[in-house]
Unconditional design. Structure first.
Lengths: 137, 137
DNA sequence: CAGGATCCTGGAGGATACTG
DNA sequence: CAGTATCCTCCAGGATCCTG
């Protein structure tokens, strides 16, 4: 696996990169962005299709999310001047590259979710009391 | 209503992985987890060192975050029964593997943040009016 | 159809004070 | 030192209604 050391020095480090990673995490960390871009990864869709493809999303959040993603250059909005209005959303190359990066995390999740689940079960069985103790030096 | 009706409805993507990826994103998407694990990636640290290494974190959030990460098996807590209490936190193998996965995103951020920034500038220059339009089919 | 404008609430998260 | 307990604020995000 690739070691993390690539980024600057120790803790205080992450000179400015921490800002970049936070931007990305703020975007994909929210409730809907990843669902939207992964849905669009299949192909362009219109507003109502997105809403139907993403159960539980409100119009407000769909609109807000789409605007944010468009603003960041991750997708494009194309309005067709027809009589029943039609608007299509499509990933940009940048957006697709982000989907690829997120897939790495998805793979991690798929590979290790059982470990995480096991750890959680262990910690809830043993309650709060379970702590690793060590002898004094 | 609509009780998060099982994934796999209209959306043909990501069968059940969407649940796993959400777990991961809920964890690393929050404000502090990534900072904590990346700080610990350098080596084990005690509570006060973590607090000092992560400017702006409150004791509450440090404690909450550490507990969550420990619960998920990403780090271990070791209390040394000494007179001034000493507690050390260290990443597990699982935790380190997650850091590696997150680094992929960090690299994406470092590579593409300029594109994103440019897109944002463009969208704020042109205001809301900037939209791609297309002729009717 | 594709949103915009409002109102409202839960819960993430900060500040502070206290304790084993 | 390493937390716990409490209070309080703020805003992400859902629900609802309106419009070009």
């Amino acid at each position: 696996m690739a070691t993390a050391r690539a980024i600057g020095g120790p803790c205080q480090a992450w000179p400015a990169e921490s800002a970049f990673i936070r931007e990305v995490l703020d975007r994909i960390g929210d409730k809907w962005s990843v669902l939207v871009i992964s849905t669009l990864d299949v192909g362009p869709l219109r507003y109502s299709d997105l809403q139907a493809s993403i159960p539980g999303i409100s119009q407000r959040m769909l609109t807000v999310t789409l605007k944010a993603l468009e603003r960041d250059g991750l997708l494009t909005r194309t309005a067709y001047p027809e009589v029943p209005p039609r608007v299509e959303y499509a990933l940009t190359g940048l957006g697709r590259s982000l989907v690829g990066a997120v897939m790495t995390l998805a793979n991690w999740a798929a590979t290790h979710h059982e470990d995480v689940a096991a750890s959680r079960r262990d910690h809830e069985r043993t309650g709060v009391g379970r702590q690793k103790s060590a002898r004094a030096v």
